[in-house]
Write a protein that binds this ligand. Structure first.
Ligand code: NIG
Length: 390
């Protein structure tokens, strides 16, 4: 029988546990603390000075749970720097570039796509992310959607089938036929590699009834449901997600009072993607209004080559605090417990005994620095999955 291996991160100036029963305030903060991880799980949080097989000295820094990034599109080839440059010169974003990435992704062999995903995961882990969701959505045919998910599943359990991302050009004028394909043959091929189903509910992508059909087909096949909604304007996405019982509705950039009320009265998490609003020059959502109404919120990177080419959750925190009227504590919760709620996970996003031992050591004395020092690489060390990339 293999011996247990334990690691202590000691001499922590400020430890964010996200467990109010363990430390002060909603973030459950412990001062002058230690955390012991045994065989990958948190065994102990408490005063500094704990012992273990291996010791890391945090030298008075802040330690917090690893980020839970609940929305990414990491399986793609190529980039869209030209589109971004044109946008900065005044071109609006309409999602049409998804077809450009689809062409590039279809033309790239599986080992190269896998290499690209690994590089992006390495970057995300270096930036503090320890749990990540990965969507398909740049295959848009049976073989390439299934292939994208097969690659994603090599790296995470949180895989999402997004065949209903955009109408591929070969189906121009035949959106309902494409939705039929998504709900039958494409779903059958993707199902073995997917945990979730998603659709892009937006003018120019898919309408309410098409998205409802996709969600219902996915649920009947045993997948959990999530939805892209209200990214480029108000629309039916948020209320459809709530009605269907989606775990999360993502973007939530343009919300009516009815949308906010629906979110507040539901278990559907409102996931904000502020880096997409940044890169597409959308207005930022008013997160304060959503939080004050009582909804659960998350923040995710939405890493993709079109609307949000970043893996940096720290960047998202800084935007959320500066532009979305979130407190720093709320933003920290949104990238940890919020992301976990969006993925319906209770083992990540916090550092209570028994939780996954995924954590980040900052090059800073407190979590406030993540918003206070935007753009500075404050992640000194990421411990725990995404496969021990750093
Ligand atoms: O979440 N909105 C739809 N999908 C992505 C963008 C994809 C792209 O532009 O390539 C998003 O922003």
């Amino acid at each position: 029988m293999a011996l247990a291996h334990s690691l202590v991160v000691d001499n922590i100036g400020s430890l964010i546990t996200n467990d109010p029963t363990v430390g002060e305030g909603p973030l459950g903060i412990l001062r002058n603390a230690a955390v012991v991880i045994t065989d990958g799980d948190v065994e102990f949080v408490g005063p500094a000075g704990a012992t273990a097989d291996e010791r890391i000295d945090a030298e008075g820094a802040c330690v917090l749970p690893g980020f839970v990034d609940s929305h990414t599109h990491l399986v793609f080839a190529g980039d869209r720097a030209e589109e971004f440059t044109a946008r900065m010169a005044g071109q609006p974003y309409d999602g049409g570039g998804i077809r450009v990435t689809t062409d590039a992704t279809r033309a790239t062999d599986t080992s190269e796509l896998d290499r690209l995903v690994r590089l992006r995961l390495h970057e995300a882990h270096w930036a503090g992310t320890t749990t990540i969701e990965i969507k398909s959505g740049y295959g848009l045919n049976v073989a390439d959607e299934a292939r994208s998910l097969e690659i994603a599943k090599r790296h995470t359990t949180e895989t999402t089938f997004l065949g209903a991302h955009l109408l591929p050009s070969e189906y121009e004028g035949r959106a309902d036929d494409y939705i039929d394909l998504v709900c039958t043959e494409m779903l059958d091929a993707s199902r073995p590699h997917a945990k979730w189903i998603d659709a892009f509910c937006e003018t120019g992508a898919f309408d309410e009834e098409q998205c409802r059909a996709v969600l219902e087909a996915g649920e009947a096949a045993g997948l959990g449901m999530r939805l892209h909604g209200n990214q480029l304007g108000t629309g039916p996405g948020v209320q459809l997600a709530v009605e269907c019982g989606c775990a999360s509705v993502d973007h939530c950039t343009h919300l009516t009072d009815g949308d906010v009320d629906a979110l507040a009265g539901s278990d559907t998490v409102a996931t904000f993607l502020p880096a997409a609003d940044f890169s597409t020059r959308q207005p930022y959502p008013d997160a304060r209004r959503v939080i004050d109404a009582g909804a659960t919120v998350a923040i995710a990177s939405n890493c993709n080559p079109g609307s949000s080419y970043t893996t940096s959750m720290s960047f998202c925190i800084a935007i959320a605090v500066r532009e979305m009227r979130m407190t720093i504590d709320e933003a920290i919760q949104a990238v940890t417990t919020g992301g976990a709620a969006a993925l319906q996970r209770d083992d990540v996003g916090h550092l209570s005994p028994g939780a996954a031992g995924h954590l980040v050591i900052l090059d800073a004395p407190s979590h406030h620095h993540l918003a206070y020092r935007p753009g500075v690489p404050l992640i000194r060390h990421t411990i725990g999955p995404l496969g021990s990339e750093s």
